[in-house]
Design a protein around this ligand. Sequence first.
Ligand code: 7PJ
Length: 259
Amino acid sequence: MGIVNITPDSFSDGGQRGSPAAGIEHALRLLDQGADVLDIGGESSRPGALPVSVEEELRRVLPVVEALSGRNVPVSVDTCKTRVMREAIAAGAAMINDIGALQGEGALETVADSNVAVCLMHRQGTSQTMQHDPHYEDVVAEVMAFLQARMAAAQAAGIARERLVVDPGFGFGKLLQHNVTLLHHLDQFAGLGVPVLAGLSRKSMLGQITGLDINERLIPSVAAAVIAAMKGARIIRVHDVKATREALQIVNAIEDQGK
Ligand code: 7PJ
């Protein structure tokens, strides 16, 4: 899954300040590099990021979804706003990637009224508060229990299990030790019975381990992607599609061989 950020503070849009045209260009580049799915986001969810209005998020995201929906690639939209979900689905999105796990008002119903897939992600707190004082007794058990509860809520709302994806939400209200423990035990999440998505690309946990700056985290990101894939993640959300794809070809060859 290639990341297409259409946000002014994005580190991958070449400083285009939230321009849909730059987003489309970036998306096409990631497709060239071999992305199987694109994740379009118009609101930064990095720690401390400021919220974006619905209108501004729609202005950023919709033209990109529309431009890509004619092509043969599934488009995911990274949003926690119900109206953005609804309009993105109408514009041809194939998946909603909600870091709020459909807890917003009307979110469950909006997705249930469609046939798109949905990624349910765990986070503790909001973008503003999540890194203040994350606390867990047992991070794996707590994140698993949350995802199980959201899977049940989604199914009760009429979203078939086949449409669900789960994600432990690396970096979302988690300290380094929590992120490391979650990655170490990622294989347990496959036991939830739906595909697992992992997003580790360029994240601060990789900087905390290596001391490398955000623009220097390609190799740590690829290493983390390989570990996640070997522990059963089925969708890997990354900025660096070409390098990750090359590494995952090796993982796939070895995993296939072992069967
Ligand atoms: C994730 C995400 C993630 C899912 C972001 C960043 C922060 N969606 N959106 N999982 N991260 N499902 O890319 O650093 O880990 S935005």
